[in-house]
Design a protein around this ligand. Sequence first.
Ligand SMILES: Nc1ncnc2c1ncn2[C@@H]1O[C@H](COP(=O)(O)OP(=O)(O)OP(=O)(O)O)[C@@H](O)[C@H]1O
Ligand SMILES: [Mg+2]
Length: 279
Amino acid sequence: MTPYSKKEVLLQTENVSLAYDGRTILRDINFCIRDIVRPGLQQGQVVSLIGRSGIGKTQLFRILSGLRKPDRGKVVIRERKPAETGGGAIEIWQQRVVEPGDMGVIFQNYYQFGWRTVRQSLMLAARQNKCLAGKEESAILDYAARFDISDVLNHYPAQLSGGQQQRVSIIQQLLKGADFLLLDEPFSGLDVCVLDKVTELLLQVSLSDELKTLIIVSHDIATSVAISDTVFILGRETGREGSTLVKEIDLMERGLAWCPDVRREKAFAETLAEIKSCL
Ligand SMILES: Nc1ncnc2c1ncn2[C@@H]1O[C@H](COP(=O)(O)OP(=O)(O)OP(=O)(O)O)[C@@H](O)[C@H]1O
Ligand SMILES: [Mg+2]
């Protein structure tokens, strides 16, 4: 098994709870995502939040992104900040409650502004990233080639397929440069070939930076397990209202992370069965 270790907490939810009209939707959600380090390798994190339809995944997604405040509890992230010292520029770390804009958010419907071409939308995103100053155009061309959308850069969103729109949304968030990328149901509505491609791309993204952390919200258990290092399961507890975290599965421990032929592993099928039994 590949050696790895878990380091600092990158994101932590503390008793996150949410209700609508007095009805509890999410109850005391507690989990943390740690920096995973593999010796000699650049390794980001891929975490999946799995649960059946209506359980509260999209609500939790909105809370994690900072776009919605929970009724109780909080989401804390660890961020790196450039700082100046007498000796030059360094990075310092700080922990704080998540705010809108902290995370790259890829919604289920890949909403794009209809009056901007792909190139214009991507340029707008690239300009938000100070690290790309002066190199926006080349970064866009590079991502477009890697994600196979070079030939649609001058198209409008309505002229794109669903898969192309999804890739544009992912690139947009990558250009912004956030450490965290949140994806709501990134595998739904994709054909098998595109699904393989998206899975591959997300893995590439996770390897692009030590601190890049992908949080995937999905009800596609098999694809989520195949791509992740950790899985959190949202479910219900008998006699209690609302959903909460019913299980955390460390796929690294089971030898199921970073494994190219993971679907052939016996432990893979066993893990899927175990997850289904919790839903
Ligand atoms: N604005 C709202 N007012 C009242 N209830 C809401 C509102 N938005 C969502 N809900 C309720 O919150 C619960 C969780 O919804 P959510 O969209 O998070 O589910 P989900 O797990 O993402 O489902 P799916 O897999 O179908 O996308 C549902 O019972 C839904 O009816
Ligand atoms: Mg949803």
